[in-house]
Design a protein around this ligand. Structure first.
Ligand code: ADP
Ligand code: MG
Length: 283
């Protein structure tokens, strides 16, 4: 469990060019949740998640990891970072080893594990992201964009984190690469039970997979709830530069025209079933 208590963060110190990137954020992140963190560019998403593994230190407020303040004297940030894995935006820019396998070994090696354990972890992490051993000896630079990103995610998974945070993991990928990454992440959550925080500006991505959405706006949390609850505020979301999934608009329009379907539908699959049922009921 991670708890943020009244976190604020200011870039650039106290001078005239200071930017308040986070403004009194209070949040609880229970173990095992799959969370979507959304908001338009500059709303504070990346700043927020870098607090969770101690990369950025809050200007004000406290963060508790399993009940302990991460700012307390003697708290090990190194240990925190092995529990809270952060995959940066465009993580493939941080691939640097000559082959895939060696790259993924980097993290566990740094944890001080013996060679066999490091290799086991690397192999397991690569399998988790769907890369079999035929990729081990390949240079990361010969891979597709989506594959590179999977190698980078495997590098973090090899640390066996309890919490996996991905900062816009689908940015710049084509639709196929995007779906592959999201499917892999959803599978990881399902099968490994780890807490996942998926940062995204795409409502569609988030609606399909997560159980909770936190919407950021100007450094504060604007909405926090299930996708249905949050997308129910689609008019307010528009006002802060976001939009609900396209299917939400279709559902509302169909309701306006008299088709009796649930207005809280957030995915294409749900809409299809509801429309078929509504039409069937009419016959
Ligand atoms: P997001 O990830 O939602 O796009 P960020 O957390 O990157 O938002 O940014 C939040 C605010 O902090 C923005 O106003 C951004 O310009 C500012 N900011 C982000 N990084 C820095 C930095 N290194 N120095 C100064 N300001 C920054
Ligand atoms: Mg960002």
């Amino acid at each position: 469990m991670i708890e943020l208590r009244d976190i604020s963060y200011v870039y650039g110190g106290g001078g005239s060019r200071a930017i308040r990137a986070l403004n009194h954020v209070t949040l609880q992140i229970p173990d095992g949740q799959f969370i979507g963190l959304i908001g338009h560019t500059g709303s504070g998403k990346s700043t927020l998640i870098q607090h969770l593994n101690g990369l950025i230190r809050a200007t004000e407020g406290d963060i508790l990891y399993n009940g302990q303040s991460i700012y307390a004297e003697g708290f090990s940030m190194k240990e925190l970072r092995s529990h809270v894995g952060l995959v940066f935006q465009y993580p493939e820019h941080q691939l640097f080893e000559t082959d895939v396998f060696t790259d993924v070994c980097f993290g566990p090696k740094n944890l001080g594990l013996d060679e066999e354990a490091v290799r086991d972890r690397a192999r397991e992490a690569l399998s988790l992201v769907g890369l079999d051993s035929s990729y081990d000896a390949v240079s990361p630079f010969e891979l597709s964009g989506g594959q590179k990103r999977r190698v980078a995610i495997a590098g973090v998974l090899a640390m066996k984190p309890e919490v996996l945070i991905l900062d816009e993991p689908t940015a710049g990928l084509d639709p196929r690469g995007r779906d592959e990454i999201l499917e892999q992440v959803a599978k990881l959550h399902r099968e490994q039970g780890i807490t996942v925080i998926l940062v995204s500006h795409s409502m569609e991505d988030v609606a399909r997979y997560v159980e909770r959405i936190i919407v950021m706006n100007h450094g504060s949390t604007a909405f926090d709830g299930t996708p249905r609850e949050v997308f129910g505020h689609y008019k307010e979301l528009e006002e802060i530069g976001l939009a609900a999934p396209q299917v939400t608009y279709i559902v509302h329009e169909l309701r306006r025209r008299g088709l009796p379907i649930d207005e809280e539908i957030t995915t294409v699959g749900e809409a299809r079933d509801a429309i078929l049922q509504a039409i069937g009921d009419r016959k």
